[in-house]
Design a protein around this ligand. Structure first.
Ligand code: KG4
Ligand code: ZN
Length: 342
């Protein structure tokens, strides 16, 4: 396969427009980001139509800004990687159409990237980068999965959530506590002032013996606690603290089991919930206790960004043919394992 030196990455699957330039020899040159959090805040969640329109507004200015930051011209780009799915179809179409049109006008190839592959590979942008194989805990707003990763395009699903994602559990609990969307980071800040042990929420499937998760019951427990107590500041903090403790305990227990079952000793945490401080501290401690190393993406690359898409694009172009026909589609639902290289 060809190696393309300079890759432009475009992320627009949900509520962040992210652009980056990755150089195969020099690494990440720059990245620019526009978050729509303020836009969706008053609706308590992402409004797909507004998300698409906002991506349209920001995508080209962010590309221009990224080129300026890196001191590069459009003509120096060798290939364009855009998020093809999963995500909101209208939002994905913005990145896919801009990426494909730009590639066509420059006469260079484009490639559609799986958003979760971007998250999975994002810790490889940091130093030290984990070597393959590793276990990845993918914890984002829409996904909670444990994966065995043997290389780019070599993914085995070990377990996943049967209902809500961990990020969703954070966000729904946060909403019940009156925090603004998306809520995960705010809930964890509120939890810092809470007293552990005042509430006790369920840890579903903790001892199920498999690597699957379930978080929907937690929302009900948080709802009941909110309804049954006077929600002053200290009670809210105590509820937040217990909600966070429950999510982190389940994630940690299943992750340790995945490492035991696979016999691997490298763990990668990817996705927005990977920014959670309690989760990081708990997994770091478990690593010391059980003898595994934990790798995280840079904090700024835990949540959605263009850098992980540019990087995944660079890696994919080494093992897969680029799209040179400029016909594109988006995949709002897309199984990562369907991309596996034999
Ligand atoms: O990976 P991401 O940016 O988007 C998706 O692909 O879904 O993840 C967003 C999720 C949200 O649910 C957000 O609340 C959560 O990550 N999140 C956190 C923290 N920072 C972001 N959850 C817990 N603690 C945090 N510090
Ligand atoms: Zn994401």
């Amino acid at each position: 396969m060809n190696t393309f030196k300079l890759i432009l990455g475009i992320e627009s699957s949900c509520d962040e427009t992210g652009i980056a330039l990755y150089d195969n020899d020099l690494g990440l040159l720059c990245h620019t980001l526009h978050s729509q959090v303020a836009l969706h805040d008053e609706y308590g969640g992402v409004v797909p139509e507004l998300a698409s329109r906002d991506h349209v507004q920001y995508i080209l200015p962010l590309i221009i800004k990224a080129l300026q930051q890196a001191g590069k011209s459009l003509q120096e780009i060798d290939a364009i990687a855009y998020t093809q799915g999963p995500g909101l179809s209208g939002a994905l179409l913005v990145g896919a159409s801009v990426g494909s049109s730009l590639a066509y006008s420059l006469g260079i190839p484009s490639i559609g990237i799986h958003h979760l592959e971007g998250h999975l590979l994002s810790p490889l942008l940091s130093t030290p980068a984990p070597a393959f194989p590793f276990v990845a805990l993918l914890v984002s707003g829409g996904h909670t999965q444990l994966m065995r990763v043997d290389g780019t395009g070599k993914y085995t699903l070990l377990g996943e959530t049967l209902d809500d994602a961990a990020g969703e559990a954070f966000d729904k609990s946060a909403k019940l506590l009156g925090l603004s969307y998306p809520g995960g980071a705010e809930l964890s800040r509120l939890a810092e002032g809470g007293r552990p042990g005042r509430f006790r929420f369920p840890r579903p499937m903790l001892h199920s013996g498999d690597l699957d998760f379930s978080f929907s019951g937690l929302k009900t427990a948080v709802l009941n606690a909110c309804n049954q107590n006077l929600l002053n500041e200290s009670v809210r903090a105590d509820i937040a603290s217990e909600a966070q403790a429950a999510i982190v305990e389940v994630l940690t227990t299943k992750t340790i089991l995945a490492l035991k079952q696979t016999g691997l000793n490298r763990l990668v945490i990817a996705g927005g919930v990977g920014a959670n401080r309690l989760l990081r501290a708990t997994l770091d401690n478990a690593g010391k206790q059980y003898g595994f190393n934990v790798f995280y993406p840079d904090l700024q690359f835990c949540t959605d960004n263009g850098a992980m898409i540019a990087y995944a694009g660079a890696m994919r172009l080494k093992i897969q043919k680029a799209n040179e026909h400029y016909q594109f589609n988006v995949m709002p639902r897309w199984d990562l394992q369907s991309l596996n290289i034999a």
